[in-house]
Write a protein that binds this ligand. Structure first.
Ligand SMILES: [Zn+2]
Length: 602
């Protein structure tokens, strides 16, 4: 019989948006939005430069209304589809809404273009007018792109040619890597199937899987190397045309993270690689091997501990009480997600996998989707998504739609913080030291994956882009050397990375699709560790300041918002403090390991 968790009944209520895919109000609202867009374009096209502050605010209020109303339609279509991706009616609605919003965006794009075209002195005069209020930051942030924006005809050409240029190469990469099959003991496996074997307890399975990955990538190494070279060169020419000083500048701009902040982050992480080495040396001892190899990195450590099972009600209780203990208001907002059916947790045959929190729009409220199976990991996921929910709820309420969507660097702040709250709670309730150790090991490796691995990958990207710009086309062997050098720097003598592992850069989609992206993960996770550290030091005094940070949403640059909790992102010491909490966790796992398995340390 199927095991039940109580989450079978947990489905969301979308009726504040629409009643169903056939709801006639959808067509009515699309028509209403189209009307508003037409009126807006007729009123403002060619006139943006002449608007005074009051008129600008009026215009932006209309933009917000348009995006709020269209966002309700989009969110409904998307959320409904997520619960049953095989239902043709749901898919058709999503497609229809995508086309509707693409058309809408094209009609509205003139506004930003005209705003950026205004000369600096004129723009400055408007920006200094206090009438702008909460819209000032939005307008000011848009203008940061002005120095890197080309003429309209050049921009159009770049867009048009990217379809057969960057996008085409990117798609070829996806097609090649998706079509790759890896020979594993006579079976043909896909990339995700073969990579999953690296998490198996049996060492022979892991080692054979690693050989299979290397062999499979080797078959297409010529094409993959060529694609990387083309895309890295393409980015170099774009950056040169636009005048970006380095390969990472455009990414930092999008992340609202100054170069100095990113540098401070990278320096702090790379100078603490010794933490990674300490953990893997301990892992070596626990696994009982003389030497660990690249295929041992993800070896499971559920030694001796039984996995806990949690009913839906348990999970709700754990998460809700952790948030309440932190702050009553935060707890009450989290409770609304449960009480008012803003969560979809039931397992269903054609439901989307994984989990997400959708902000929807300020006139509605966020929704959370997850696939709840009762594992401790699922409880953490619930805490994570409700952290997003809390962040979006507070910023939507305080800022409206222009301040709702945070940049990547702070997008994971509340979610990861929520996980820490619940993790701390679960750890303190757990009485079996073996189970505590297993939880801690898993948590530490998760943090490593987001902090150290991503920064070491950023170091790889740095070498790749810099070398391509100065040395021209690169060979597979050269790129392999960059990969091994940057990965070995992180593991030191704790894990032996074989020459075979050198080609494993070649399947990482982020390098191809979104260059420079990876450090943002480290930024977010480390920021949270540092904030959590502050919380532990300052206690309740920290709480209202943190809630204000969440409510600030995207209303300012992260460094300015975080300055309000006394955080200085420019200070390398700040990042080091985040790492200090990780160091404490490693000390804790070392002590627990000695307590649970004294024989392994004899
Ligand atoms: Zn998240």
């Amino acid at each position: 019989m199927e095991k039940t968790t109580g989450a079978e009944e947990i489905v969301w209520d979308l009726s504040i948006l629409y009643d169903g895919a056939d709801d006639p109000n959808i067509a009515r609202d699309i028509e209403a939005v189209n009307q508003k867009v037409e009126t807006f374009a007729a009123t403002y096209r060619g006139r943006v430069a002449q608007l005074d502050a009051e008129e600008m605010v009026d215009a932006l209020i209309q933009v917000e209304e348009i995006y709020d109303q269209s966002g309700r339609i989009q969110s409904f279509a998307y959320l409904q589809f997520a619960t049953d991706t095989a239902e043709p009616k749901y898919g058709a609605l999503v497609q229809k809404i995508n086309e509707f919003s693409a058309e809408m965006d094209q009609k509205l794009v003139f506004f930003d273009l005209e705003w950026k075209a205004i000369d600096d002195a004129e723009a400055e005069k408007l920006l200094s007018d206090p009438t702008l209020g909460k819209y000032r930051h939005y307008l000011e942030a848009e203008r940061r792109y002005k120095p890197y924006t080309l003429s309209e005809i050049e921009e159009q050409l770049l867009l048009e040619k990217s379809v057969t240029g960057r996008d085409a190469w990117s798609r070829l990469f996806t097609q090649i890597t998706s079509a790759l099959r890896f020979d594993y003991k006579g079976k043909k496996l896909t990339q995700s199937e073969v990579l999953k074997l690296l998490y198996e307890a049996d060492r022979d399975v892991r080692s054979a899987a690693a050989d299979s990955v290397t062999a499979g990538l080797g078959e297409r190494m010529m094409e993959l190397t060529y694609i990387f070279n083309v895309l890295v060169a393409d980015k170099a020419s774009d950056d040169r045309r636009r005048g970006y000083p380095s390969w990472i500048s455009s990414r930092n701009l999008a992340n609202k993270a100054p170069d100095t902040v990113v540098d401070a982050l990278i320096t702090a992480v790379t100078s603490n690689y010794e933490l990674v080495m300490r953990h893997y040396r301990l892992k070596r001892t626990l696994l009982g091997h003389d030497e660990l190899f690249d295929y041992d990195r993800y070896a499971p450590l559920h030694i001796g501990a039984t996995e806990r099972e949690h009913s839906w009600d348990d999970a709700r209780g754990i998460v809700s009480s952790a948030y309440h203990r932190f702050n009553d208001r935060a707890g009450s907002i989290v409770d609304r997600f449960f009480d008012e059916n803003w969560i979809h947790a039931a397992l269903m045959p054609n439901k989307r996998g994984g989990a997400f929190c959708s902000p929807v729009v300020p006139s509605a409220h966020p929704y959370v989707l997850l696939n709840y199976t009762g594992k401790t990991r699922d409880v953490m996921t619930l805490a994570h998504e409700l952290g997003h929910g809390l962040h979006m709820y507070l910023s939507g309420e305080a800022q409206g739609i222009t301040g709702l969507y945070t940049p990547l660097t702070t997008a994971e702040m509340a979610s990861t913080f929520g996980e820490m709250l619940v993790f701390d709670d679960l750890m303190s309730r757990e009485t079996d030291p073996a189970a505590q150790l297993a939880m801690l090991l898993e948590k530490i490796e998760d943090s490593f994956a987001t902090i150290f691995r991503q920064v070491s990958m950023n170091r790889f990207e740095d070498k790749l882009h810099t070398a391509r710009r100065t040395q021209g086309e690169l060979s597979s062997a050269q790129i392999n050397a960059f990969w091994l050098e940057t990965q070995r720097a992180m593991f030191g003598d704790s894990v032996t990375l074989r020459e075979d592992y050198g080609s494993w850069w070649s399947y990482v989609g982020h390098f191809v699709g979104v260059p420079g992206y990876v450090y943002a993960y480290a930024f977010g996770e480390l920021l949270v560790l540092a904030l959590f550290n502050l919380y532990k030091q300052r206690g309740v005094a920290f709480v209202p300041e943190y809630v204000d940070v969440l409510a600030a949403g995207n209303s300012d640059y992260p460094e300015k918002i975080l300055a309000k909790v006394g955080v200085d992102l420019n200070d390398p010491a700040f990042w080091t403090e985040g790492l200090a909490i990780l160091r404490t966790m490693i000390e804790q796992e070392e002590a627990l390991a000695r307590q649970v398995y004294p024989e392994k340390f004899a």
